[in-house]
Design a protein around this ligand. Structure first.
Ligand code: LLH
Ligand code: MG
Length: 381
């Protein structure tokens, strides 16, 4: 089997999510937004798909490299793309590698008529989820006060979530960040939901050592389960300093570049207690599985960053915890259960016990609404 074409199709949809100047997602007025579908096409008629790829690097770098390749040579393709990043880093990001890798895994699953997590080596069919909030805002009835977080955590508990993670207030909100407000929100949530709900905090990511230590000690008193990315992740020594002083597990790195290499350095340095990474952070399923095995070898837990089909399939193939699926980002104004118009169903249905179930459909299990995409296409290259 050979790859004969690689296309990206850009289409429009109506979105209720806006992004602030720092890139955080919030609810907003309905507006037209765009999405893209990457399609890897073979001479045997089988195709693989992934949403969210940038057309320019796909057309300029990926497509010429992939034409004629065997789509089962995922490792070879990933290694060659990784090499090309060195001199094309601005264009060929880890997100592009991730989209290509996920489309290749999807293609393999569709060809073999098996879900991806079974090709990886299945371990389980369902994973506990945590409700992961959007960052704090100034919207009345939204996530604008500690009480608002408590109200939302209570709603999530009623929905079936057994765990809840706060993303608190960050710039460009004028008064944010504020460590005392973060702690107040965590306290309000703990008081409202009681001791039987697992709670985590992912606050502003650029606190000083002292601010991070203050928040961490307060979280310990409140019985929080983990503390995530409170400082710039390039400062490994700062994380070593923090982890030495706190009992609450520190989770990371999430956003630090460097794929499995960075995770290895953090483990060796003792910069976090629980490692982290998601398909979009590290360049796909192929490198995320390397990180899973790295963590297993060192006896270190690993929590997968972000939702979506790729992360869910990896979680269902992980033999070490990997305890939680990050379901979100959630907000009281938004209905997460409603599929986007380009899918017939969401990829991460959750039962009343708070477990997300992996799809048994072939590949990544995306039930794609091709009619919608065709009807709303604005560019196809
Ligand atoms: O800053 C944000 O918008 C969130 O932290 C976001 O990146 C989220 O994906 C995250 O960190 N999850 O764990
Ligand atoms: Mg995070």
């Amino acid at each position: 089997m050979k790859i004969v074409d690689v296309t990206t199709q850009v289409f429009t949809y109506t979105s209720k999510i806006v992004y602030d100047a720092d890139g955080h997602a919030h609810p907003g007025p309905e507006h037209e937004a765009t999405q893209s579908l990457l399609r890897i096409i073979t001479d045997e008629g089988v195709e693989g798909y992934c949403f969210g790829a940038d057309p320019e690097p796909i057309q300029r770098i990926v497509k010429p490299m992939l034409i004629g390749e065997d789509p089962f040579h995922r490792e070879r393709i990933w290694q060659r793309l990784k090499e090309r990043q060195r001199l094309h880093l601005g264009l060929l990001s880890d997100r592009v590698l991730a989209a290509v890798d996920m489309a290749l895994w999807d293609l393999a699953g569709r060809y073999l008529n098996q879900p991806v997590y079974k090709l990886l080596g299945a371990y389980r069919e369902k994973v506990k989820a945590y409700a992961s909030t959007m960052c704090g805002d100034e919207l009345e009835g939204g996530l604008n006060t500690p009480e608002a977080y408590a109200d939302f955590a209570e709603q999530c508990k009623e929905r079936g979530y057994k765990a809840f993670k706060l993303h608190t207030w960050m710039p460009p909100i004028p008064w944010a960040p504020d460590p005392k407000m973060d702690v107040a929100a965590c306290r309000a949530v703990r008081e409202r939901v009681g001791d039987d709900m697992v709670l985590m905090l992912d606050p502003y990511h650029y606190y000083s050592r002292e601010e991070a230590l203050y928040i961490g000690r307060e979280l310990e008193k409140l019985g929080f389960y983990w503390f995530e990315e409170p400082m710039d992740e390039h400062g490994i020594s700062s994380y070593v300093w923090l982890a030495e002083q706190l009992d609450i597990p520190i989770v990371g790195p999430e956003t630090a570049e460097g794929k499995m290499y960075t995770r290895a350095e953090w483990i060796v340095r003792g910069a976090s207690d629980i490692s982290r990474g998601g398909v979009w952070d590290v360049g796909g399923i192929t490198p995320l599985m390397k990180i899973v095995h790295l963590c297993e070898s060192f006896g270190v837990r690993m929590e997968v960053h972000g939702g979506g089909a790729g992360n869910l399939h990896v979680l269902c193939a992980m033999g070490i915890p990997g305890e939680y699926y990050e379901r979100g980002l959630l907000h009281p104004f938004l209905d997460y259960e409603e599929p986007p118009p380009w899918l017939h169903e969401i990829v991460d249905p959750m039962d009343d016990e708070g477990y997300v179930h992996v799809s048994q459909r072939p590949g990544l299990g995306l039930n794609i609404n091709f009619d919608y995409i065709e009807a709303h296409t604005i560019a196809k290259v």
